[in-house]
Design a protein around this ligand. Structure first.
Ligand code: GDP
Length: 351
């Protein structure tokens, strides 16, 4: 009889325990469902960020915003944000990505990351390391090398890059500094190139030597050297044709113009390559055709007032190995500025 009572009590206890366990499990399930809906469930394991997700540009809190408003900022704040939670291989890969997006090009981006990585120590300010490396890539600012006697400046570049406009602006700048300037219209191929240069010559107070369309560019350069010498000019700026930059005849023609100038008794002191900043990385490849053909001593980067990203300046410097002398900041006669590396680095980083 006692056995039966004890057995019955045990059976009741088992049933009660079973109900309690079932109730607890149900509560847990409800909690998990709630957590999945709001992201706040404490029973959920944290989901590790996918490496690809970390590659996205970090959003940066807008300064002064009370919270919740995010927008993209300059390179500097993004770099700071990137290094915020520690440094890993992913950090360096993302930094390279940021630089590529700013149009630095593959070589300048990977070289810059390698140098910053070599210099980086725990707690260092990554933004100022990048700033420093940008200045190292750019080197010291160099203005035009002009000395006594006649200084000949050959200007090369593809059509549309802004050669004629740049020659006009440069002539204005030099006459403003008190120099006597002559211009040679050696682009005898492009329709109206001579007329366009004449307008700029008048604006700048420079003397122009030109011939009819289709004339020999070398002959124009030869006459221009003689005329500039006769007028005791300080600077002769020579325009050149810019069509078919991929074809050998143009490059041969550039070499010929240079030789004729020397034959006329002058020396080409500077060869400036005019490059449209808007063409980005394509412009670099295009520029190489010129640097291979003539000894380019400086670059003028035009149309920097447009939508071009600043990084192209570093790509030009790193990939062509030629200093940037001037930047074009508009279409007006005064819209040519000497390039200043420090100011450039600051603008690129601050956005
Ligand atoms: P070229 O064929 O190389 O001689 O080029 P041009 O001097 O004729 O310039 C082509 C176009 O680019 C013209 O409409 C110029 O006004 C324009 N341009 C040249 N430089 C600049 C610049 O720095 N900024 C802007 N916004 N436009 C420019």
């Amino acid at each position: 009889m006692w056995y039966i009572i004890i057995f019955a009590l045990l059976a009741v206890l088992l049933v009660i325990a079973g109900f309690v366990a079932y109730g607890r499990r149900k509560d847990e399930m409800r909690g998990m469902e709630r957590g999945a809906g709001t992201g706040a469930g404490h029973t959920r394991a944290p989901v590790p960020a996918h490496p690809a997700a970390q590659k996205h540009e970090p959003a940066v809190r807008e300064p002064g915003a009370s919270g919740g408003v995010f927008r993209k900022e300059g390179l500097g704040p993004r770099i700071k944000h990137l290094f915020h939670g520690g440094v890993s291989d992913e950090t360096w890969a993302t930094l390279e990505d940021l630089l590529l997006k700013a149009d630095l090009g593959p070589k300048a981006s990977s070289d810059l990351v390698a140098r910053v990585k070599a210099d980086y120590t725990h707690g260092a300010n990554p933004e100022s390391l990048v700033h420093q490396e940008i200045l190292t890539v750019l080197g010291p600012d160099e203005s035009l090398h002009l000395d006594g006697g006649l200084n000949v400046v050959l200007v090369v570049g593809v059509n549309g890059a802004g050669k004629t406009t740049t020659i006009g602006k440069l002539a204005k700048r030099l006459t403003h500094e008190g120099k006597t300037v002559s211009l040679a219209a050696s682009d005898t191929f492009r329709a109206a190139a001579g007329e366009q240069l004449e307008v700029w010559a008048q604006r700048a107070g420079a003397h122009l030597v030109s011939q009819e369309r289709g004339a020999d560019p070398g002959a124009v350069a030869f006459d221009a050297v003689k005329a500039a010498e006769a007028r005791h000019a300080d600077v002769l700026i020579v325009d050149t044709a810019g069509r078919l930059h991929t074809k050998q005849p143009l490059m041969d023609e550039l070499g010929k113009v240079k030789r004729v100038i020397e034959k006329a008794g002058a020396e080409v002191g500077e060869t400036l390559l005019v490059l449209d900043a808007q063409t980005g990385q394509n412009g670099i490849a295009q520029a190489r055709a010129f640097t291979d053909a003539v000894e380019v001593t400086g670059v003028v980067l035009t149309k920097t007032d447009g939508s071009a990203k600043g990084g192209v300046v570093l790509a030009v410097r790193e990939e062509l190995g030629v200093p940037i002398r001037f930047v074009g900041v508009g279409e007006g006669p005064d819209d040519l500025r000497p390039f200043e590396a420090e100011a450039f680095a600051e603008r690129l980083l601050s956005g």
